[in-house]
Design a protein around this ligand. Structure first.
Ligand code: AMP
Length: 249
């Protein structure tokens, strides 16, 4: 079974995000970029399936400009076998990404496609679901456990108030939640080896997809600054303030 993993280049989660002075977007100048954390979990799961002998090949795909080859190489260093970059401008919307991924799935015919549940830059949480709809394939989103059993896969999903286990016929779409696994670090020898692994670049035209967006970003505002707290002298004063100033009790 081949496993296809979709990975996105995003701002590193440790970076404090700045907004451009004209509020037109987030400022990406000189900002450290990284693999989306949920995509790291997706790669880890695919590599574990390969190590267990369940998967035969792990192919990683990213959609964006040349810069996202850095994240494809990271995925190759973590254990993926080969990479594919679909050459677009950065930031195509989820529907365009899903249409491109659907064509890659048709071409590669994987038994499973693993995506992150969401990209931490736009927090869309849409691509896996749209891909499932476009391909008319079953989806197990927010996975905290994945068990392959013949031509079926059982996915335990993190849902409000507990866990839900579903069984999907393969080929299936899985999106990863935080507790699915703990991704490994890439070792130096594997980082070196990854430089020699195949990385194919294809255009949306090669896949017969026109990338267009029905969505435009109007404005970005940083969150409101948090007000400084105050110290109160006693419980009575706290209760008085909560009742008469904050009016919450
Ligand atoms: P989103 O729906 O944008 O929150 O993203 C969910 C998941 O879709 C990500 O974790 C990736 O697995 C995949 N994805 C989104 N954008 C891209 C992209 N440009 N290239 C490859 N995969 C992507």
């Amino acid at each position: 079974m081949k496993v296809l993993v979709a990975v996105k280049r995003v701002i590193d989660y440790n970076v404090k995000v700045r907004v451009k002075a004209d509020n037109s977007d987030v400022d990406l100048a000189n900002v450290k970029m990284a693999l989306n954390p949920f995509c790291e979990i997706a790669i880890e799961e695919a590599v574990r399936l390969k190590e267990a002998g369940t998967a035969s090949e792990v192919v990683v795909v990213s959609i964006g400009s040349k810069s996202c080859e850095e994240q494809i190489r990271t995925a190759l260093a973590l254990g993926a076998d080969r990479g594919v970059r679909i050459d677009t401008e950065d930031g195509p919307d989820s529907l365009s990404v899903s249409k491109l991924l659907a064509k890659v799935v048709e071409k590669e015919a994987p038994g499973m496609v693993i995506l992150g549940k969401q990209a931490i830059d736009s927090d869309n949480n849409q691509t896996g679901q749209m891909l499932g709809a476009l391909l008319d394939r079953p989806q197990g989103t927010f996975a905290s456990e994945v068990k392959v059993d013949g031509d079926k896969v059982q996915v335990t999903r993190e849902v409000d108030g507990g866990l839900q286990t579903v069984e999907l016929a393969m080929p299936a779409i899985v999106t990863t939640d935080l507790r699915l696994n703990e991704p490994r670090y890439a070792s130096l020898p594997n980082i070196m080896k990854a430089k020699r692994k195949p990385l194919e670049v294809i255009s949306p035209d090669d896949l017969g997809v026109t990338v267009s967006s029905n969505l435009s970003l109007l404005r970005v505002d940083p969150p409101a600054e948090r007000q400084a707290g105050i110290m109160v002298g006693s419980v009575d004063e706290l209760v008085e303030k909560l009742r008469n100033e904050a009016k919450v009790i």
